[in-house]
Ligand binder design. Structure first.
Ligand code: ADP
Length: 474
């Protein structure tokens, strides 16, 4: 089995994979799903699946395959912890203290954690250690600080009444997350939900289960009570779908594809009408005006499309065969539709899912590569003449996740910021994230925010309390 190339350079050893079972009610347990035959010892029926290294296609280890029955057990534990446990009842300050300890423990295990995400999704060890994991611990500390600042309002009522609102944790929440940022996505969802006082079931992507299990272990070490944070590893149509349609889950937060987002919303509507928040696909333009600092524009364009793809001699990697083949199909489509490749366009190497950074020119607005999210290292270049044209084209998509604008002209920057229908506008920067900066799409990129104080709201519900005032003038 190979060790992430840059971790080898740092002299790190391949980590022992410590946690591969489901984390339910504070313990690591095998999957019960699929174990229907009472005559045969259950040891033969623990369902597992292989997690693979995208750099070689080799199996790293087997991971417990949770399904509906396992989700039921996790929800039961989370329900008990919510209805009778300490977590929602302790003060926000106390929750915050435990969350800070959780962040401290992550700092202490950062090398092992960074290696796990490298192994499973091929991300650079150094990115994990220096960017992703520190940003995750910042989120934990940010929301730890927010936990004791959640409060309602006093209402001015038009009658002899005293009215106020309480913000209460919404209950048991489900988090379904993708593979592209396993650690960051975990804490996008878990940190505000913990601060709010919710209990939860997390389903990591099947491609990236290992760090989530490790975080669950550290959460327990930090003092997060059993049942508050459960992790069920497994596949989307089984474990994920069981979360979306569960009658005893009160909210679901999802990040992933638009197609699956739709399934989750349908399942939520068909089951118990739980609110959902969806962070879905995007087709985010980077609009470069002719006054732009061209060096900056080139750097941002590179960051916008080729960032987060670990490189082997600068060849980006895809997480698995399915993603790899999907991106190659898009490249073929672009060629067939008449766009011209000026760089890349081919897979690279004999092992691993590497694709050359690919740049298309002569791209027309109605081409598939201009409209659909490719989720791979493929850039499409298009020209425009006026600001109006740029605005119209930027908005001519069913998505609205983000957009970048590169210009030195303040009027252009302001006008673009107000005219583009997208949840994040980055001016002379791209993918600029911060714990305090809400992130989430418009239109078919979904709704509901991660990060920032807004994100706590989806894990809270507002209760109005009204008391009649006797003997009081209005
Ligand atoms: P991607 O294309 O990035 O893999 P997906 O939307 O397929 O995005 O997956 C994101 C997450 O959603 C993963 O954890 C995956 O297992 C889960 N998922 C996939 N299908 C379903 C489904 N039908 N119901 C619930 N979750 C699902």
């Amino acid at each position: 089995r190979s060790v992430p190339s840059d971790s080898m350079a740092c002299g790190l050893k391949m980590p022992e994979i410590k946690f591969t079972k489901l984390f339910i009610n504070g313990s690591f347990v095998d999957a019960v799903s699929g174990n229907n035959n009472n005559n045969i010892p259950s040891i033969f029926f623990w369902k597992t699946f292989a997690t693979t290294d995208p750099r070689s296609g080799e199996v790293i280890t087997m991971v417990a395959e949770g399904e509906k029955d396992d989700v039921d057990l996790a929800v039961k534990a989370a329900r008990e912890a919510f209805d009778h446990g300490q977590w929602p009842r302790m003060s926000g300050f106390q929750r915050g203290q435990i969350m800070i300890k959780f962040a401290d423990l992550i700092d202490q295990h950062i090398e092992e954690l960074a290696t796990l995400d490298s192994l499973e999704v091929g991300k650079l060890f150094s990115h994990n250690k220096l960017a992703d994991i520190p940003s995750a611990t910042r989120m934990l500390r940010y929301f730890a600080g927010a936990a004791d600042k959640i409060h309602g309002e006093t209402l001015k009522m038009g009658g002899p009444f005293h009215g106020y609102t309480l913000k209460e944790p919404i209950g048991v929440v489900g988090h379904i997350i993708p593979w592209n940022f396993p650690t960051v996505m975990f804490f996008f969802k878990v940190s505000p939900a913990l601060a709010a006082g919710c209990t939860m079931v997390v389903k990591p992507a099947e491609q990236s289960s290992l760090s989530a299990l490790y975080y669950a272990f550290l959460a327990k070490q930090a003092g997060i009570p059993d049942g508050v944070l459960n992790v069920v590893t497994g596949f989307g149509p089984t474990a994920g779908a069981a979360i979306a349609s569960h009658m005893d889950i009160n909210q679901v937060s999802f990040t992933g594809s638009t197609e699956v987002g739709r399934l989750i919303m349908e399942a939520a509507a068909r089951s118990n009408l739980k609110p959902v928040s969806l962070e879905l696909g995007g087709k985010s333009p980077l609009i470069i005006f002719d006054d732009a600092d061209i060096n900056m524009a080139v750097k941002l364009a590179q960051r916008a499309v080729f960032y987060n793809k670990a490189c082997k001699l600068l060849f980006p990697i895809l997480v698995d065969k399915e993603q790899f083949e999907k991106v190659l199909r898009y490249i073929e489509h672009g060629k067939r539709e008449g766009a011209t490749i000026v760089a890349g366009g081919k897979p690279c190497g004999e092992n691993g899912y590497y694709i050359e950074p690919t740049i298309f020119v002569d791209v027309k607005e109605d081409m598939v590569i201009a409209k659909e999210e490719i989720f791979g290292p493929v850039m499409s270049l298009m020209k425009f003449k006026t600001m109006e044209e740029a605005i119209e084209r930027a908005n001519n998509t069913r998505y609205g996740l983000a957009a970048g604008v590169v210009t030195k002209n303040l009027d252009i920057a302001n006008r673009m910021a107000r005219s583009i229908h997208a949840g994040s506008i980055w001016i002379n920067c791209y993918s600029a994230f911060d714990s305090d900066c809400p992130f989430g799409g418009f239109k078919m990129s979904g709704f509901g925010k991660d990060l920032g104080m807004h994100s706590i709201e989806k894990y809270l519900q507002v209760k109005s309390v009204v008391t009649r005032l006797h003997d009081s003038p209005w």
